[in-house]
Design a protein around this ligand. Structure first.
Ligand code: DOR
Ligand code: ZN
Length: 350
């Protein structure tokens, strides 16, 4: 009989993929990240993307101002790459720790990616510079060609874009963000984790595309890259349960107003900050792999980013936790979180 674990203390985790947005939404969502995480890598795809040091400093101070003292965390900033990004900007930003990494959004691939990259050849000088200074490149890995089936876009991206990119820049540090497929797991596992690693979200671990259409369309399970099939889901779950250091925590918490999710064209993104860590624990427990929870949540990420491992700890207990149903934003708007109103098996000890 396996031992039943009812309480687990781990090094306080970091979330290496967080969308906090701006203004009113920022103020409402920020403390959910601070409750569970010590550091958060902040994605730069605001309506006006964070494309230079000046914007990043300004955005970071807005984040710090919005932070609740009880739930403080360290925001780590990223630069949004466009065809106009200057290598010098990244050099300065990285050396002064204004930027920890830069994010590559293929043009029109997801939320606020209109000024993303149409062709990698536009940013060759930037990539050369990043390889030289050791600045990580974070990738939304999907091909954007409408002729490619949406379920194949990640696999095609690896074949058509990532593999040639890695051949050209073998010493460039890369994170393939929010991987969703069995092919991605296999591809990542073959690499040197110092140069290529991947984040995995709670929603891709807990769901597959059948769930997105269960009983009708489920807009709150719509994200990009879209949920894949059950085989892919199992591959992701096995990847984290194997304790492999290529994989680490990046929740891709991505709040959108309800009115923008439920619309003629609904936005992609799942706001999971209120429950992400508890979801990961649940999956590790289901996989009988709690012994690897700490490395996934708190060690593999800092190792990749060459950062110290946190000193604080967090204790998780096996007791039911009800996810908040909604968050009010302004007078008439709400944000609905992932698993709204549902019970999870684990909660955090205060
Ligand atoms: O579902 C997603 N939402 N995927 C992304 O890549 C971006 C994110 C967002 O910013 O809304
Ligand atoms: Zn994201």
């Amino acid at each position: 009989m396996p031992e039943i674990i009812r309480k687990i203390t781990i090094i306080k985790p970091d979330d290496w993929h967080v969308h906090l947005r701006d203004n009113e939404i920022l103020k409402k969502v920020i403390h959910y990240t601070g409750k569970f995480y010590n550091r958060a890598l902040i994605m730069p795809n605001l309506d006006s993307p964070i494309t230079n040091c000046f914007k990043s400093i300004h955005y970071r101070s807005k984040i710090l101002n919005a932070m609740n003292l009880k739930y403080k965390f360290q925001p780590l900033m990223t630069c949004y790459l466009t065809r106009f990004t200057m290598p010098e900007e990244l050099k300065i930003g990285f050396s002064k720790k204004i930027f920890i990494a830069a994010k590559l959004y293929p043009n029109d691939s997801t939320t606020n990616s209109k000024t993303g990259i149409k062709d990698i050849s536009y940013i060759i000088r930037v990539l050369e510079c990043m390889e030289q200074i050791g600045m990580p490149l974070l990738i939304h890995g999907e091909e954007i060609d409408q002729n490619i089936d949406i379920y194949d876009r990640e696999a095609k991206f690896i074949e058509n874009t990532l593999e040639p990119l890695r051949n050209k820049f073998p010493k460039l540090k890369i994170v393939l963000e929010h991987i969703t497929t069995k092919e991605s797991v296999e591809y990542i596992k073959k690499s040197d984790p110092y140069y290529l690693s991947a984040t995995i979200t709670p929603h891709h671990l807990m769901h597959n595309r059948n769930d997105m259409f269960f009983g009708g369309i489920q807009p709150y399970l719509y994200c990009l890259p879209v949920l894949k099939n059950k085989t892919d889901q199992i591959a992701l779950r096995e990847a984290i349960a194997s304790g492999d250091r290529h994989f680490f925590l990046g929740s891709d918490t991505a709040p959108h107003l309800h009115k923008n999710k439920i619309n003629i064209v609904g936005r992609a993104g799942i706001f999971n900050a209120p429950s992400s860590l508890l979801c990961y624990v649940q999956v590790f427990e289901e996989m009988n792999a709690l012994k690897y929870l700490q490395s996934f949540c708190s060690e593999n990420g800092p190792k990749f980013y060459n950062m110290p491992i946190n000193k604080k700890t967090i204790t998780l207990v096996k007791s039911s936790y009800r996810v908040i149903k909604k968050i009010n934003v302004g007078k008439n708007n709400i944000i609905v979180p992932f698993l709204a109103g549902k019970n999870l098996n684990w909660s955090i000890e205060d």
